[in-house]
Design a binder for this molecule. Structure first.
Ligand code: AP5
Length: 218
């Protein structure tokens, strides 16, 4: 399966991408995570990306397209989380997958009101040791400030301040939301209601993919 996840910041794309990648045994490529790795490693690309990320703006298309092309390699099955985010990125992806002879099988569009997204993001913390994501408002850790899984320190993403989140939502509505129609016109869009507990959202995503899973079987 070759799947794209669309949806506003805080919709749960990263959370669901990890679950679906495990369930279907396919590679997960998340552009936000790729950029954060570069920032942590202090690369030139990381320094460039951080400037845009901290302002809630998109990293320029040519930079993102290049990094995704490298990550894709000749991969047969994948989940793309956070890419594409503009029409130019979607067209570049389409061309690349056509060259590979491996078109997308589905686009899951996670639907969530902005106010719920803002609340989810306000509580999001990431473990600085193992990378596990948690939500201190919705599911507080056993020991304040520490990861339940490994005991590492929980930290807040630099771009999760409320004013930056509001800007990220604006950018999403301006630049990324038009991709719902882009993919609807290609018959690929499956809208998933992203409200409610994580496992319910996963069930909805799996149900949306079920007909495609059957088609993919020999
Ligand atoms: P990126 O890291 O992709 O951020 P995003 O799209 O803004 O998405 P988030 O990570 O904020 O949210 P999510 O939908 O993954 O939700 P999550 O599962 O974490 O991108 C960051 C930046 O990188 C961009 O702003 C841009 O600058 C740059 N960038 C990345 N890709 C780019 C591209 N293609 N082009 C240009 N620039 C690019 O969940 C959020 C919280 O809610 C968590 O705490 C989670 O535990 C909780 N949660 C999840 N599901 C539920 C649920 N069902 N109920 C309750 N809580 C839940």
């Amino acid at each position: 399966m070759r799947i794209v996840l669309l949806g506003p910041p805080g919709a749960g794309k990263g959370t669901q991408a990890r679950k679906l990648s495990e369930r279907y045994g396919i590679e997960l490529i998340g552009t936000g995570d790729l950029f954060r790795d570069h920032v942590r490693n202090g690369t030139e690309l990381g320094l460039l990306a951080k400037k845009y990320m901290d302002a809630g703006e998109l990293v320029p298309d040519d930079v993102v397209v290049e990094i995704v092309a490298q990550a894709l390699g000749s991969s047969d099955g994948f989940i793309l989380d956070g890419f594409p985010r503009t029409t130019a990125q979607a067209e570049a992806l389409e061309r690349r997958l056509e060259e590979m002879g491996r078109p997308l099988t589905a686009v899951l569009a996670f639907d969530l009101p902005d106010e719920i997204a803002v609340k989810r993001i306000a509580g999001r913390r990431t473990c600085s040791t193992c990378g596990e994501t948690t939500n201190v408002a919705l599911d507080p850790p056993r020991v304040e400030g520490l990861c339940d899984r490994c005991g590492g320190a929980l930290v807040q993403r630099d771009d999760d301040r409320e004013d930056t989140v509001r800007r990220r939502l604006e950018v999403y509505h301006e630049s990324t939301a038009p991709l719902w129609d882009f993919y609807r016109n290609r018959g690929l869009l499956r809208v998933v209601d992203a409200e409610g507990p994580e496992h319910e959202v996963t069930d909805r995503a799996v149900r949306a993919l079920a007909p495609l899973e059957q088609d993919a079987r020999p």
